[in-house]
Design a protein around this ligand. Structure first.
Ligand code: AMP
Ligand code: ZN
Length: 113
């Protein structure tokens, strides 16, 4: 998607602090961190949200989930972390390219706001 900010980050057209990347995913620091560690994992493929996943994305989404623990470990989150996927309007999704928030480095509360 030509006007998608996370596609542009994944393609290196917009600068970001990338902490991990491979042929399927890019992980970069959130520009407005809500915890000492706050990174976003995005697929290189443009998928707007969880609502837009199709059967053919099953392997990709499994790969993303399996990669979270590796990213968390590399960020020093041995004591736990929180994973969030905001979806749609009431889920407060602001960027319409699927992204997984990985947050850590402090103790979180429940329920979320
Ligand atoms: P969400 O509200 O779940 O859609 O999350 C979007 C996230 O993207 C927010 O936490 C923003 O701080 C973050 N964000 C927006 N633009 C950028 C950017 N250019 N680089 C890094 N993070 C960004
Ligand atoms: Zn995109």
């Amino acid at each position: 998607m030509s006007d998608c900010i996370f596609c542009k980050i994944a393609e290196g057209e917009i600068p970001s602090e990338i902490v991990y990347q491979d042929d399927k995913i890019v992980v970069f620091k959130d520009a407005s961190p809500q915890a000492p560690v706050h990174v976003l994992m995005v697929p290189r493929k443009h998928i707007a949200s969880l609502d837009d996943l199709s059967e053919e994305d099953s392997e990709l989404i499994a790969y993303m989930m399996q990669s979270i623990k590796k990213i968390a470990a590399s960020q020093g989150l041995g004591n736990g972390y929180r994973v969030i996927i905001n979806t749609g309007e009431e889920g407060q999704q602001t960027v319409k390219h699927l992204h997984i928030h990985i947050l850590g480095g402090r103790k979180f509360t429940w329920p979320p706001g």
